[in-house]
Design a protein around this ligand. Structure first.
Ligand code: PGA
Length: 255
């Protein structure tokens, strides 16, 4: 019903792939392939690819994103990158709380919340990731898990700031496994996320919120997922590393 009010956003998450020269080569294929996109196109690249990504994407319709950001402005945080550093480098989007960060790097909903606030305060758009583990789905507690994540991750964020938030629903069991959630499973949770956001901010904010699905999205399953009322785009890992696949997904979202 309100799907048309929302921006469709297709974001590639390159993860720890592509050196700067490999990134440049991928952009050379990608830029012409997505130039007529009818949706927002974002590529979230490793920190070391940001400079080449910003240079290549200047004057194109591709936006550059990062894959993480620290919550402090500066200081003794060896190995971390601040929101101001990203902004000055030309980055517009940042993925926060990806399940791989939660699983392998000790990310919690509390740190996801702090990072999201720091990103928004610096003027970045935040792609906040939530998703349940297989055990949680099997226990029948998917909605409890997702509701908790959404409420903590967005704690203290104003309705105005929500204009710069995208929520990506990525069931952990579907990431990089080839197992996609069915369109009905994905829609059920994305619809629930919108309900939780409506409870926190009211229906105007919820209706305007872009919610992505992520987890083995590929050209063969994208049309069905993107046709769902509450799925407004995708966060795409493996298929974002191939210009042909990524541009086919962008085309699906443009229809
Ligand atoms: P995948 O990754 O498309 O390779 O499953 C999605 C993601 O982790 O964002």
């Amino acid at each position: 019903m309100n799907k048309k009010l929302r921006a469709a956003v297709m974001a590639g998450n390159w993860k720890m792939n592509k050196t700067a020269s490999e990134a440049a080569a991928l952009y050379d294929e990608l830029i012409p392939a997505v130039k007529d996109a009818g949706c927002t196109v974002v590529t979230c690249v490793p920190f070391t690819d940001i400079a080449v990504a910003v240079e290549k994407c200047r004057g194109t319709n591709i936006k550059v994103g990062a894959q993480n950001v620290h919550f402090e402005k500066s200081g003794a945080f060896t190995g971390e990158i601040s929101a101001d550093m990203l902004v000055e480098a030309g980055v517009e989007y940042v993925i926060i709380g990806h399940s791989e960060r939660r699983q392998y790097f000790g990310e919690t909903d509390e740190t996801v919340n702090k990072r999201t606030i720091a990103a928004l305060n610096a003027g970045l758009k935040a792609i906040v990731c939530v998703g349940e583990l297989l055990e949680e789905r099997e226990l029948g507690i998917t909605k409890e898990v997702i509701g908790r994540q959404v409420k903590i991750d967005l704690f203290g964020i104003s309705a105005e700031q929500m204009k710069n938030v995208i929520i990506a629903y990525e069931p952990v069991w579907a990431i990089g496994t080839g197992k996609t959630a069915t369109a009905a499973q994905a829609e059920e949770v994305c619809g629930y996320i919108r309900e939780v956001v409506a409870g926190l901010y009211g229906s105007a904010v919820a209706d305007g919120l872009t919610i992505q699905y992520g987890g083995s999205m590929k050209p063969a399953n994208a049309d069905e997922l993107l046709a769902m009322e509450n799925i407004d785009g995708g966060l795409i890992g493996g298929a974002a590393l191939k210009a042909g696949d990524f541009s086919a997904l962008v085309e699906s979202a443009s229809r």
